[in-house]
Design a protein around this ligand. Structure first.
Ligand SMILES: N[C@@H](CCC(=O)N[C@@H](CS)C(=O)NCC(=O)O)C(=O)O
Length: 314
């Protein structure tokens, strides 16, 4: 694990000293947008963009889900990195197809030779301008949701105008307390920072459980972006976050509504295929040697994701 400093790779762990043991996530460095507009620099085109992902990563998982749901698989190709993220950061098992690189940081310096920042997945690459469009998953999924509709013919909308306010509210709540909350637990380096994150996380899961007892989805009667953003954390929770990140007050399996909801989303056609528990468990338990020095990867838990979710009556 490390970062680029003026284009040079340095093997350093997260700095939590300057924040009293708290994990503070760095903002993504590339924030351009693909827009279906005549004057846009990045226009939607079939075959023009390439996506670098890790199957372990909940943020990258969002982009794979949207690529699947929006029928973009034949239009945007993908490189999957190896699950182990060690001293060289994310690496490719085989040279990736665009440049033949085997390290993700080389893709960042292709885009910006003097880049300073963390080298994260997902990365959306533009083959035309030879640069990174975006490495911010929340923005990549918005582009996938709407900007390629004329190419795919798929007009399903996970960020509909009528529900935007609610979706934004849920995102703003779920991101710090749940999506990033599990990392704030796992990467905390003081007891106090950990307990604060743990309390926020489980208060939030209780609130979500109560909401989902009465509502099938987060923002209304249909699945939206807010649900998919929550899903990628929930599906990793019992396999990794409970043990590795010490989020162990309860498992998702112990919350009837959250569990049924998670299973319903997992069972949406195509989603199971984007979920890889080998990569998920291997990445966290093997890569974070500061948390798990033996690098032993647990065999369990046995997860029941295929049984009836029982959410139809809502
Ligand atoms: N804001 C980014 C966060 C992405 C992110 O932090 N990805 C993790 C993997 S789960 C990563 O690549 N971490 C490498 C690092 O921090 O050095 C997004 O949502 O796209």
């Amino acid at each position: 694990m490390g970062k680029l400093v003026e284009g040079v790779w340095q093997d350093v762990w997260y700095d939590t000293k300057s924040s009293n043991g708290k994990f503070v996530r760095e903002d993504a460095g590339f924030r351009d947008w693909i827009r279906n507009q005549p004057d846009a620099k990045f226009q939607p085109e079939s075959g023009r963009y390439h996506l670098y992902v890790s199957l372990a990563c909940p943020w990258a998982h969002r982009t794979l889900i949207f690529r699947k749901l929006k029928g973009l698989e034949e239009h945007i190709d993908v490189t999957v990195v190896c699950p182990d993220m060690m001293s060289e950061g994310w690496q490719m098992g085989l040279p990736e197809p665009l440049f033949g690189h085997t390290r993700l940081h080389q893709i960042y310096t292709e885009a910006k030779p003097d880049y300073t920042g963390r080298v994260t997945v997902p990365v959306l690459w533009d083959k035309k301008h030879n640069t990174i469009v975006s490495n911010e998953s929340s923005e990549i999924i918005r582009m996938f949701n709407s900007e390629f509709n004329h190419i795919t013919g798929n007009t399903d909308d996970y960020y509909p105008e009528s529900a935007r306010e609610l979706i934004d509210e849920w995102n703003a709540y779920v991101y710090p307390h749940v999506n990033n909350g599990v990392y704030r637990c796992g990467f905390a380096t003081t007891q106090e920072a950990y307990e604060e994150a743990y309390n926020h996380l489980f208060e939030s899961l209780d609130r979500l459980e109560a909401h989902l007892a009465k509502n099938r989805y987060l923002a209304g009667d249909s699945l939206t972006e807010a649900d998919w953003r929550l899903f990628t954390t929930l599906i990793r929770f019992d396999a990794v976050y409970v043990g590795h990140f010490k989020c162990n007050k309860k498992r998702i399996a112990d919350y009837p509504n959250l569990n049924g909801y998670m299973k319903e989303l997992y069972q949406v056609p195509g989603i199971k295929e984007t979920t890889d528990f080998y990569h998920i468990k291997r990445h966290y338990y093997f890569s974070h040697t500061g948390i798990n020095p033996t690098q032993v990867v647990p065999k369990g838990p046995e997860l029941d994701l295929e049984s009836a979710h029982g959410r139809e009556q809502l």
